[in-house]
Write a protein that binds this ligand. Structure first.
Ligand code: CO8
Length: 260
């Protein structure tokens, strides 16, 4: 069953699990503020739904999500970024008590990779590509990328991924410990749902407590690190290189950096 209460996502309840599908295929599921608001609303509703015990978050075969919507933020200013404070909405995903499993095929870039990493586990298709390409458009990760990659993969790998913007393959992500498993593109979603059903068969209160306890390892450092990352992300909207990088992407040309 699919519920169509939303414009940019699809919610497919199949108790005891549910699948939430990012659904802006024409722009590779670019994460507009409206999509994020819908996603948070749907996850919170599923978190309250006693028939659902685990949630799978997915996109389509070509893209999980190619990042934040560059068109929606190209002309944004620092003041707008601070006033909009879009990450306050994203942060609410951290409060979801039920297990979240990302099923990733194709591109998981920028905010897309950050959304996958906000989940508790990741099942990837062989075609999945994970990366933080923000540096190529004059900015940096803002929704936890610098923090969660450094934590999951270590400093050296985090620096390379964040500073070169080059994506890694599903197999590399598996070797590095970013994803739980890799499956053929035909079966990755079913594989993620199988994992969700396995966890959904366990005692729900114990599952929620166990999830909270594992996350407690990261919570304190994340609270501090996310604030630094967020401030630096917002500040970059005062630079010429941010405007140049994003407009160059939208105009399909190479950017010219001025260091201003
Ligand atoms: N935003 C807006 N539109 C996008 C995005 C995006 N992130 N990604 C792709 N699209 C659009 C393209 O413009 C294109 O539109 P059109 O058909 O109208 O020209 C369509 O999707 C298909 O894309 P491509 O033609 O580029 O497809 P390719 O297969 O040639 O390339 C890529 C696929 C490599 C994924 C390429 O599209 C790409 O590099 N995309 C941008 C990736 C990127 O830089 N992501 C980071 C964005 S910044 C970010 O995520 C910051 C996170 C902070 C959180 C912010 C909170 C909202």
């Amino acid at each position: 069953m699919t519920t169509n209460a939303y414009q940019h996502i699809l919610v497919e309840p199949d108790p005891p699990i549910a699948t939430v599908r990012l659904n802006r295929p024409k722009v590779l599921n670019a994460l507009s503020p409206e999509l994020i608001a819908e996603l948070v609303d749907a996850l919170q509703a599923l978190d309250r739904d006693d028939t659902v015990h685990a949630i799978v978050l997915t996109g389509n075969e070509r893209a999980f999500a190619a990042g934040a919507d560059i068109g929606a933020m190209a002309d944004s200013t620092v003041v707008e970024q601070i006033r909009r404070d879009q990450f306050a909405t994203w942060d609410k995903v951290r409060k979801i008590k039920k297990p979240l499993i990302a099923a990733v095929s194709g591109w998981a870039l920028g905010g897309g990779n950050e959304t996958a990493m906000m989940c508790d586990m990741i099942v990837a298709s062989e075609t999945a590509r994970f990366g933080q390409p923000e540096i190529n458009i004059g900015i940096m990760p803002g929704a936890g990328g610098t923090q969660r990659i450094a934590q999951a993969l270590g400093k050296a790998r985090a620096m390379e991924i964040v500073l070169t913007g080059r994506p890694i393959t599903a197999d590399e992500a598996l070797q590095m410990g970013l994803v739980n498993r890799v499956a053929p593109v035909e079966t990755y979603l079913e594989e993620a749902r199988r994992l969700a059903r396995e966890i959904a068969s366990k005692p729900p209160v114990a599952v929620a407590m166990a999830k909270q306890s594992v996350n407690a390892v990261f919570d304190d450092y994340l609270d501090r690190g996310l604030m630094t990352e967020r401030r630096n992300f917002y500040m970059l909207f005062a630079t010429d290189d941010q405007k140049e990088g994003m407009h160059a992407f939208l105009e399909k040309r190479k950017p010219t950096w001025t260091g201003r």
